[in-house]
Design a binder for this molecule. Structure first.
Ligand code: HEM
Length: 449
């Protein structure tokens, strides 16, 4: 029994390291985002890390936050709450260290200006190999663990498994450009590139939405939420979206017209259902549970509001006539950041606020809870201004490109006021995140010590 407890503890500690590195990635990533935003205003600002480096540093680090925090959660929730024993703590450990060491490799390659990859994965493609290996280890560990479960799976186990499988598949696809058959044919190359990136986002959404449903089940102590018909409809819609909705990324490429119709028809439907599930859950929560888990619940409910806002924006952006104006402008960035901050990050912060006190067996004290609450409001209110400023910047730029046909510098000068709002509100978002995570980091530090 003693030995078992020791093993169990070791596994939990590994999950806490995933979360620790996730938070550090988020804080570092947001700092580089702020740097990039100020470089829109003053291109020579902090010339040691110019925009060509600060952008990929920002994007790769925030993506690392998304993966580390969702994966760390899954590794912890599986053995603790899903009635299964993790197949291998050792594989989990190897996964963590491959991820972290490769992450440092990526950061260093950007800092020294050694690129070579494609958008979102600009590092030298050789670094894709350890990423693929670590993900294979995760897949083996996950499926070997969940296949021992004899009862029917709740929907989140399906979602996590699907997310793991499809990340591997789409990440391999996004590296196909390394072969001349893809690279040497422009239309094929762009199609595969954007198809894989679109589906890849769908795969991490599976991990995150699965986590959201898991949290709702645990917080309300009601397993039925993850077994309802609505939850499974959402899963199948998510899967269909993951497979097909990428086509709205490539309206400009001459592909078969039916691909676009399918993409447009099913775009964003899964978000609608996730929004509905969160809405129903919030309505049915008892007061006692609401009070006990108030911090985690707040972030999940906030993600519901952001689902509504982003859904409206996304549906508009998917209309081909509007897409012509908005493609590649700050409106696309508003869509990307609105979803990754407003929906994904809110759910993942909720997960951290549930998981860290659970692992450390320590609740936040009054002062810490206050800091998290204030951070929550700062982050959400300022994010709204940030998002709206990006929308205005994108709208004006798109209009000037298509209608006025202005040159790039002139357009950038005209949208400076909006970009200034983006840069300064970025600092506010960072402050909010810091207020939320300072108490979490304190609990992690005490636990590790
Ligand atoms: C949780 C926090 C954040 C997440 C998850 C996040 C995510 C992202 C993503 C996914 C992109 C790529 C967008 C695209 O290619 O369309 C991006 C771009 C960017 N983000 Fe963030 N972001 C965060 C916070 C911030 C903050 C606080 C700032 C500071 C103002 C910022 C500034 C930028 C800039 C300057 C770009 C490049 C835009 C461009 O190339 O036009 N981000 N971010």
């Amino acid at each position: 029994m003693e030995l078992l407890n020791g093993k169990e503890k070791m596994k939990r500690e590994i999950s806490i390291y995933f979360i620790l590195f996730a938070i550090l990635s988020l804080l570092g990533g947001v700092m580089f985002g702020i740097l990039g935003a100020f470089q829109f205003l003053m291109p020579v600002f902090f010339n040691w890390i110019p925009f060509i480096k600060s952008r990929p540093l920002h994007v790769s680090l925030v993506i690392a936050w998304i993966f580390l925090s969702s994966v760390g959660g899954i590794y912890y929730y599986l053995p603790k709450y899903c009635n299964v024993t993790l197949f291998s703590g050792k594989l989990q450990k190897i996964h963590l260290w491959i991820f972290v060491i490769t992450g440092f490799g990526v950061i260093i390659s950007y800092l020294v200006g050694y690129f070579g990859g494609r958008e979102y994965w600009e590092f030298p493609p050789i670094l894709a190999i350890p990423i693929i290996i670590s993900w294979l280890l995760f897949g083996i560990n996950y499926f070997k663990t969940v296949f021992t479960k004899t009862e029917p799976w709740p929907v989140y186990l399906w979602m996590w498994g699907t997310g793991i499988f499809f990340f591997l598949f789409t990440y391999l696809e996004s590296n196909l450009w390394n072969f001349p058959y893809f690279r040497d044919h422009l239309v094929r190359d762009i199609t595969v590139q954007w198809k894989s990136n679109g589906s890849l986002v769908g795969s991490w959404n599976m991990l995150i939405y699965g986590t959201a449903i898991f949290l709702m089940v645990r917080i309300s102590n009601d397993d039925s939420i993850a077994k309802t018909r609505l939850a499974f409809i959402m899963y199948f819609l998510g899967l269909t979206n993951l497979i097909f909705n990428w086509a709205h990324h490539i309206y400009i490429v001459p592909n078969a017209i039916w691909v676009r119709y399918i993409a447009y028809g099913i775009s964003m439907t899964e978000l609608l259902i996730l929004g509905k599930i969160i809405w129903n859950w919030k309505r049915d929560l008892t007061k006692a549970l609401r009070d006990f888990h108030i911090l985690a619940i707040r972030f999940i409910v906030a993600s519901d509001v952001w689902i509504l806002l982003n859904l409206t924006l996304s549906i508009l952006l998917s209309i081909p006539a509007i897409n012509i104006f908005t493609h590649g402008t700050h409106l696309t960035v508003a869509h990307a950041m609105g979803s990754t901050i407003g929906i994904n990050t809110m759910i993942l912060i909720g997960s951290c606020l549930f998981l860290i006190p659970d692992i450390t067996k320590t609740q936040f004290n009054l002062k810490q809870s206050f800091s998290i609450s204030i951070g929550f409001w700062i982050m959400n209110i300022i994010l709204l201004f940030f998002w709206v400023a990006l929308i205005f910047a994108g709208y004006h730029k798109g209009y000037m490109v298509v209608e006025d046909k202005l040159v790039f510098q002139v357009m950038m000068a005209k949208i400076q006021p909006y970009l200034a709002v983006v840069a300064y509100t970025g600092i506010g978002i960072f402050a909010g995140i810091l207020m939320i995570f300072a108490p979490v980091l304190k609990l992690i530090k005490d636990y590790i010590r």
